[in-house]
Structures are given as C-alpha cells and as structure tokens.
Design a protein around this ligand. Sequence first.
Ligand code: FES
Length: 355
Amino acid sequence: MSEHGDGYGATAVRLDQGHIEGSGGLPERYDSRFANPGLPPHVPRMADLDEAAARRAEKQVATLFGLSSLATIVFVVAYFAISPEQAAFIPGIGKANVYNVVLGVCLAVALLGIGVGAVHWAKTLMPDTEMVEERHPQRASDADRQRVVDNLMEGGEAAQISRRPLIKYSLGGALGLFALPLLLPLVGGLGPLPKNGLSTTIWKKGDRLVRDPERTPIRADQVTIGSVYHVLPESIKDSQHVLEDKAKAAVLLMRLNPDDIKVPKELNWGHEGIVAYSKICTHVGCPVGLYEQQTHHLLCPCHQSTFDVTQDCKVIFGPAKRPLPQLQITVDSEGYLVADAPFHEAVGPSFFERG
Ligand code: FES
C-alpha cells in the first residue's frame, strides 16, 4: 500500500498527519455527528533515523529467531534422548514427567521466539504509518489487483527483507526447523498409549484419607453433617508420579444424615453417613467440584452432569453415563477414616470402561 494513500485510488488515505486526508474521508452523516479526533503526528522511531539502531534491532530480531531454532533443535534431541517414563523433581512444578516438561518448554520457546521476533521486527523496522481503507466492491478491477501486488512488493521492500539477509535467513531457518516437531509424531508416535491408566489408582485397603493440600488425616468425628472435603490417600507422599497419581486418586468426602441416604445400608460403603466418591467426572474427566449441600447433588462444571449423592452418585442430569465410583471407607483403631478397599471400578471417563 502506498504511503501517500494512492494505493487504492481515492479511498486509501494516510492518517499520520493528525487528520484524515484524501478525497474519500468519512461519510457526511458521521462528520456531522462526531468530531474526528484524528491521530497524533507520526513520530519516527530510533531505527527510522539511525542506521546503527536499525542494525541493533536487526540483531535482536535475529537473536529471537535463533533462540527459536535452538529450542526446536533441543526439542528434537529431547524427543529421542529422554525416556517418556522419566520423572524428576522440577522446581516450581514438583515431581513431574521430564519428557513432557522438556518437550512442552521447547515448543513454547520455539513458538515464542518466532512470535516475539516477528512483533519486534514489526515494531522497530517495518513501516509504522497508519492507513485507512474504506469498503469497496469485493472484486477489484484488474488494475487495482495489479496495484495490490505492486503494493505488497513495495511493502516487502519496505520491511527490508531483502536488505536484511540476517533476518531473512534466521526467520527461514526458524520456520523451516519448526516443521520438524510437527513431523516427528509421524515417525515416533504421540507417546505411550494410555492402556488401562485409569483402571487402578493408588488407593489401597488401610490407606488413611488425608486433606488436600494439608495432607492431614481426618477423624470421622471431625466431619460434620453438610461438610465436604477434597481428600487424597496418605500414600500419595510416597508416590513417584505425584501429579498423575493425585489426578486419578482425588476423592470428595461428604457427610450426610444417614437417613437421607436412599441406598440400602448393606450396599452403602460409607461410615455413619460419611461417603467418599471419585472426583473425576465419568463424562470426560473434569473435576466434579460443586456440592449442593441442600439437595446433596454433585455438579460437574464442564457440561453440568449432576450426581445424586443420596443415590450412590447416580447421574440425574447431563451427559455422564455412569455414577461416580464410590470409595469404600471405614475407620481405623484411632478413629481416622481409611479406605476399606481400592476403587472397585475404573475412575474417570466411561470410554475407559473395561470390555
Ligand atoms: S466432564 Fe463432567 S459433565 Fe462433561
């Protein structure tokens, strides 16, 4: 587009002089009702005036593209060098799967490098004059189309892509290399299959129920009617895969008036009105986080599946197809709540149901 607004005939106008120029302008009905504040005068940037500043900006852009390339190379190396099973303590995250973290960080840096580099390039070296174009018929005349092509070429020239080979080649390298992470899954797959990952959790008979995140055990007499706790098994402290195990073993603990529970006493796996259910929605696995104390309903915020705690967490609304699995609980000799058995079925989405 022409800097002087002639790229689109009378309709493209330049706005960097503090007012709208050009024979098009705004329609009269707008002119009469709203004063046109215009834009502040164009202020040239450092790189517009000083070739040394322009070269500095060029190097900064190239450094960002180079950083992107480096991250992509580390991604490729890590993809083959790190075992998908390897876990370690990572500051700020805790115990986590190193493979996922490294690949994720590299991908983020690779994308960020290209993105920030492009923005910096645009802000420092590309033309920054402001233009306005009024709406015109969709199909331009052949002459206008040719003019657009000419303008694009002119824009490319103005962006200094041909004069700045460092940017051209570093961007080419970054974009070219960035295709590799997209191709690698075709060669090496998308990591291990989930198999029966949700079939078992770390809950086992005798495991105390502990509050999350305090990790303190809960005595049955501390759980008042109407209260709800987010709990985990005490054995989570020994887990090698804390995030994974925690995600699968999360449980909601509630106390109801035993008379409100509608399932026969011998089928209820609770303790004096205290019941524990998996927190993972059986629809697609969101955490079921809302408990309506008055109705004894558990709600999943993702797609509004609603489970009735008085009926063994039967689905009474929403897309979930089966009840939340119940954790059988009892108390130990000191009165603390403990699991009486592991989950009797897989937790989480129904599509993981056993055949
Ligand atoms: S994940 Fe709970 S309703 Fe969809």
